[in-house]
Design a protein around this ligand. Structure first.
Ligand code: PMT
Length: 406
C-alpha cells in the first residue's frame, strides 16, 4: 500500500472490545511506510495497554489533554497540525456522539476539533447501539457536515463479542488499512527512492579558511520536499547551509566534494532517481595547511586540483539510477547545458541562468530550461517551491516513461 508511504497518521482508539484489533491496524500502517501516532481515550486503556501500541508504533502513546510533560514534547495543537489523516478505530457510539456535538473534553476529541486533516472513523459497537436512532442521527449529522473531510468505514455485519448478530463489528484491520490507503491518490513517485544533493561544498585551505560558493541549498531542499509530497523516500545529501531540512527526509550532512561523493556512492545502489542540485566546487587546494596560513607577501599562490565529478560518477555506476544534473551557466546556456548532458551521460539536465541576480543562487525564485537528449521544456520565473513541484512532475513522467516509450 504505497499510498500510505510517508503519511502521518493519528490512530485514535476509543473504548470497545474491538480495541484489541487496533494493534494489528498499527502494525499494518507501519508496514505500509506510515508514521503512526496513537491517541487513546481512557476507555480504550481498559481494553489494550498503551505499552503494546507504543512498541508497535515506535512512538509514545498520547492519552491526556492536560499533561505538562506530553505538551512539552509534541503538544496537542502541534499533533493536530502534524497529521495527514486521523483514523478513529474503533469509534464507539459515545465517541461518535461527542464528535457530533463538537466536544473537546479529552485529547482525541480535541484533536478532531483542532485538526484540518481528513478524518475517518470505523464505528464498532453492539448492533442495538448501532441501530439506535440517536446513533444513526449522529452519523447522519456527521455526514452532512460541510467542509469536513469525513469518512465512515463500516461497520461490518456478523457475530458480535456479546453473542448478538448484526451490524456493529469493526472492519477487519486489512480492509481498514486498504480503505485508508484509498483516500490518498497514488503519488507520482510513490515508493520511489530519490537521492538529492544540495547546497555548496567547502574545500579547506587551512583550519579556518575554505573555498566555497553562494549556494543556499534552497533549490535542492525544495526538490526534496516536492519529492516527499509525491510519495518518494528521499535522502538529502547536503553541504553546509542554514535552512531547515524537510522533516521526512533522511539527511546526510557533508562538507567537501569528496565527502559528498562518498555519501552519493553509498546511496547509489539504493536509489532509483539521483538529482544533483548541489553547487560542487570544481577544484580544491592541492594541500591543506595544518596551521592557519600566516599573512606574508602581497600575493599568495595556491595550486588547485580537480574534484571528482559526483553526478558523472553516479551516472556511470553499474547500478545507475535515473540521473539528473543541474547546469549553472552565465552565458550560452543552451550549448553548455546540452554539452554537460552528453558529457556527464545524464537523463535530464536543468539549466539555470545564474548571471541574473533575482534567480539562481541564494534567491527564493528560479527559472530553468530542462533538456533531455531529444527535447527541452522551459519553466519561467516562479518560486523555488513551485518550480520544484513542476520539476518533480516532469522527472516522474520521464522516469516512468523512458525515452523509447515517450
Ligand atoms: O542552492 P541555491 O541557492 O538554491 O541555488 C541553486 C543552484 C543555482 C545552486 C542550483 O539551481 C544549481 O544550478 N546547481 C548546480 C550548480 C553547479 O554546480 O552547476 P555546474 O554547471 O557547475 O555543474 C553541473 C552539474 O554537475 C551539477 O548538477 C553539479 O551538482 C554537478 N557537479 C559539478 C561538479 C562536480 N565536481 N560534481 C558534480 O556532481
Amino acid at each position: 500500500m504505497q499510498q500510505l508511504t510517508n503519511k502521518r497518521i493519528i490512530l485514535g482508539i476509543t473504548g470497545g472490545i474491538a480495541a484489541y484489533k487496533s494493534a494489528e491496524v498499527v502494525r499494518l500502517l507501519k508496514k505500509s511506510g506510515a508514521d503512526v501516532r496513537v491517541v487513546m481515550t481512557n476507555g480504550a486503556k481498559e481494553f489494550i495497554t498503551p505499552l503494546t501500541l507504543q512498541a508497535l508504533s515506535g512512538n509514545p502513546v498520547h492519552h491526556t489533554l492536560l499533561n505538562p510533560e506530553a505538551e512539552a514534547g509534541m503538544g496537542h495543537i502541534e499533533l493536530a497540525k502534524w497529521a495527514d489523516v486521523i483514523l478513529v478505530a474503533p469509534a464507539s457510539a459515545n465517541f461518535i456522539a461527542r464528535l457530533t456535538q463538537g466536544l473537546g473534553d479529552d485529547l482525541l476529541t480535541t484533536l478532531c476539533l483542532a485538526s484540518e486533516a481528513t478524518l475517518a472513523i470505523a464505528p464498532a459497537m453492539n448492533q442495538a447501539m448501532w441501530h439506535n436512532e440517536t446513533t444513526q442521527y449522529n452519523l447522519q449529522r456527521l455526514q452532512d457536515l460541510k467542509g469536513r473531510k469525513l469518512h465512515i468505514f463500516g461497520p461490518a455485519d456478523g457475530q458480535q463479542a456479546c453473542g448478538d448478530v448484526g451490524p456493529g463489528r469493526m472492519l477487519e484491520p486489512e480492509l481498514l488499512t486498504q480503505s485508508l490507503a484509498n483516500l490518498f491518490d497514488r503519488g507520482m513517485l510513490a515508493g520511489v527512492r530519490v537521492t538529492i544533493t544540495a547546497g555548496p561544498t567547502r574545500e579547506a585551505i587551512d583550519p579556518v579558511r575554505y573555498i566555497s560558493n553562494h549556494s543556499s541549498g534552497k533549490m535542492g531542499y525544495a526538490l526534496a520536499q516536492a519529492a516527499i509530497d509525491a510519495g518518494a523516500h528521499v535522502t538529502l545529501i547536503s553541504g553546509p547551509v542554514t535552512i531547515k531540512a524537510p522533516s521526512r527526509v533522511h539527511l546526510v550532512n557533508v562538507s567537501s566534494a569528496r565527502d559528498m561523493l562518498e555519501a552519493a556512492l553509498q546511496q547509489t545502489p539504493e536509489c532509483d532517481i539521483f538529482i544533483a542540485a548541489a553547487a560542487v566546487a570544481d577544484y580544491r587546494p592541492m594541500t591543506v595547511a595544518n596551521q592557519k596560513i600566516k599573512k606574508s607577501g602581497d600575493t599568495i599562490e595556491m595550486t588547485l586540483v580537480k574534484n571528482p565529478d559526483i553526478v558523472a560518477t553516479v551516472a556511470q555506476h553499474e547500478q545507475r539510477p535515473f540521473t539528473i544534473g543541474f547546469a549553472a551557466e552565465t552565458q550560452d546556456i543552451d550549448t553548455y547545458a546540452r554539452s554537460k548532458l552528453a558529457r556527464k551521460q545524464l537523463d535530464l539536465i536543468i539549466a539555470n541562468d545564474v548571471s541574473r541576480q533575482d534567480i539562481g543562487f541564494n534567491s527564493d525564485n528560479n527559472a530553468v530550461t530542462v533538456y533531455w537528449p531529444d527535447g527541452q521544456q522551459d519553466f519561467a520565473d516562479r518560486s523555488k517551491n513551485a518550480l520544484a513541484h513542476d520539476l518533480i512532475e516532469l522527472i516522474a513522467q520521464r522516469y516512468h516513461n523512458p525515452p523509447h516509450t515517450v
